[in-house]
Design a protein around this ligand. Structure first.
Ligand code: CTP
Length: 404
């Protein structure tokens, strides 16, 4: 029987930090899905939220100390570890990542981690300087190389008052990732996807570039879901903070013209092209070798030239591939998207309103309109990007099965 989240046994490992309050919400979401959740806390986590809160919400005992439990807590940890399907460590502090990477076991959570043989998902949370420290990066590399999966922290306001990367990912994003371990389909088995994601950088000089706020999250979600459903995925990514989904073949680039070369190179080897990258339309005509200096009060006039339109280049090749475009619009969403669909000879276009707050660029959720070649319009309400990705993959699959 395929395991579903409804009958899953999940251990939620909570390590210390201000983000512990979000672990309460993660627990609530998991319980709501029907999972049987056991909470294990590191020694200091209970200073932020008491074990009683987790106990009440999970309906199970909480393990938080190696020494003070009634019946040998350590043995109990081992039993919990043996029975669980997934260990989710959220929030994971820099210290907990270090312990996990190096096999230390000096509290209930690090003990359980060592005894656990199943899949491990980690959602780190820390100060931006710590997140970018080479020691932390190295520990994350070690864990990744062991197959540990991550929900990377978000960019935003941190407990220390600064804004940067390090904020625990939203509980809904962590739940999405947990869901992906269960209820798996393999309906895209053998289908080859070429997916682009993220912004492009068009340099002016060695220290400056023109870009846009695309985070790449939508394209990465499509790549991750396609892979999870059995597809073979090549992901061409502009510069982003995101980590390549496991099993996806990633090619990175910076400039629009570099992305074009990669797409044209890989096009013959795919069945479906999904162009979700926010490709820069213009690049500076000249790239200065040296940093452009201020000239007193004088402004700077830039001469820009158009970049190659990658989808138009694909259309010219008449490749016979199923091609999906995206349309970032701030007005006349459907009309403008329809125009692009026709001009770029697309099978599907996914339009989103970039002027609406809380959706589109940077956000974990999106609200889109999918339009097909036959001009059928489907409005998709606000959903996590992962769910939008799955929905889009469903539409792609229908078209692959019934070519028009
Ligand atoms: N696109 C592309 N090459 C470009 C620019 C965009 O292939 N140089 C693709 C995008 O990846 C997207 C689609 O074209 O799938 C529409 O992109 P969008 O930026 O919405 O529209 P543009 O065609 O650039 O037109 P405009 O910016 O004028 O709306």
């Amino acid at each position: 029987m395929r395991k579903t989240i409804k009958n899953a046994k999940i251990v939620l490992g909570v390590s210390a930090g201000i983000a512990v309050y979000k672990a309460v919400e993660i627990l609530r979401l998991l319980v709501k899905e029907g999972a049987d959740v056991r909470v294990v806390m590191s020694a200091n986590a209970s200073k932020f939220v008491t074990p009683l809160t987790f106990e009440a919400l999970s309906g199970n005992p909480v393990y938080h100390s190696l020494f003070d439990s009634h019946n040998s807590a350590q043995m109990e940890h081992i039993r919990v570890a043996e029975n669980a399907d997934l260990l989710v460590v959220a929030p994971a502090t820099a210290s907990m990542l270090g312990k996990m990477a190096h096999g230390l076991a000096d509290d209930a959570l690090s003990n359980l981690h060592l005894a656990f043989k199943g899949s491990v998902l980690v959602a780190p949370a820390m100060n931006d300087g710590m997140w970018e420290h080479p020691a932390v990066k190295k520990n994350i590399d070690i864990l990744r190389s062991r197959g540990v999966d991550f929900v990377d922290p978000a960019f935003g306001e941190l407990a220390c008052g600064v804004t940067g990367p390090g904020r625990l990912a939203e509980p809904s994003a962590i739940l999405d990732k947990v869901r992906s371990y269960f209820n798996q389909r393999d309906d895209l088995n053998g289908i080859r996807f070429l997916i682009t994601a993220g912004p492009t950088h068009e340099p002016l000089d060695p220290v400056r570039y023109l870009s846009n706020p695309s985070s790449g999250k939508m394209g990465y979600a499509v790549a991750e879901q396609a892979k999870a459903r059995g597809a073979k995925v090549v992901l061409i990514s502009g510069p982003t903070y995101l980590k390549a989904p496991p099993g996806v073949d990633i090619k990175t680039c910076k400039r629009a013209d570099e992305m074009n070369v990669l797409v044209q190179e890989h096009l013959d080897h795919c069945d479906v092209l999904v162009m979700s990258a926010a490709v820069g339309d213009f690049a500076p005509q000249t790239l200065e070798k040296e940093k452009i200096k201020k000239q007193g009060d004088a402004g700077l006039v830039l001469k820009m030239v158009p970049t190659k339109d990658i989808l138009l280049e694909v259309a010219k090749r008449n490749s016979g591939k199923l091609v999906v475009g995206f349309a970032a619009e701030s007005q006349n969403i459907v009309e403008s998207a329809l125009e692009k669909l026709k001009k770029k000879n697309l099978d599907l276009i996914v339009a989103n309103d970039i002027s609406a707050p809380g959706i589109g660029f940077q956000s974990d959720s999106n609200q889109v309109t999918i339009i097909d070649r036959e001009e059928k319009i489907e409005n998709i309400p606000l959903k996590p990007k992962r769910e939008i990705a799955d929905l889009l993959l469903d539409r792609i699959l229908v078209r692959l099965k019934n070519p028009k």
